[in-house]
Design a protein around this ligand. Structure first.
Ligand code: FE2
Ligand code: FE2
Length: 195
């Protein structure tokens, strides 16, 4: 089934033109990892590959462009406006739909929430979230191995995502940055799910 209105080759060409080299390599790694995780968890590998391919498509847009698209077309969480680094997620979902013709709601939602996460995440959303964190092309090896270790356990998706939230929260505290209430809520919910 076609999940986009143009071919994967054309998407790759667009990405090469709109992302820097490191982000392009990260994108290819995320798409492959998303496909692997989909196979591991009995989800649709083709859909996962597309979601991985497009998850960061707006990552290299400048802030003015991101804010303009958001202002004109989207609603975002208040805490997303506090950290401009997170704004590419809703805009990437928007571009996936407008530029590439993605209509599948699971793909769009997985892209939309890949930075912040959300309280009710489907397994599909979870694997895209994780693929972004553990793709081998640009992510730190020790970190990847730790997360992958959790994936071997029972309830592995939740355990792996909880680990990601722990690391994110630690890093925010270390850098003296604010933490979104939603991040804390998701962390608490994951604690309930794994304990
Ligand atoms: Fe991202
Ligand atoms: Fe990413």
């Amino acid at each position: 089934m076609d999940y986009t209105k143009i071919s994967n080759d054309e998407i790759l060409k667009w990405l090469k033109e709109h992302l820097n080299e490191e982000r392009y390599i990260h994108t290819l790694g995320t798409a492959d990892k998303a496909k692997d995780l989909a196979l591991q968890y009995n989800l649709n590998p083709e859909k996962a590959y597309i979601a991985g391919l497009l998850h960061d498509c707006a990552k290299c847009f400048d802030n003015d462009k991101l804010l303009k698209i958001i202002k004109e077309h989207l609603e975002v969480e208040e805490c997303e406006m506090l950290n401009y680094k997170t704004l590419h997620a809703p805009v990437s979902a928007y571009i996936a739909q407008k530029e590439f013709g993605v209509e599948d709601s699971e793909i769009l939602s997985a892209i939309r929430w890949h930075t912040l996460g959300k309280l009710e995440m489907s397994d599909f959303e979870k694997i895209i979230f994780l693929a972004d964190k553990i793709e081998p092309n640009t992510r730190d090896k020790d970190y990847r191995e730790k997360i992958k270790g959790f994936l071997k356990e029972e309830n592995g998706l939740n355990k792996a995502i909880l680990k990601c939230y722990k690391e994110t929260i630690k890093s925010l505290v270390k850098r003296d940055l604010k933490i979104c209430l939603l991040t804390i809520e998701i962390y608490n919910k994951l604690q309930d799910l794994v304990n």
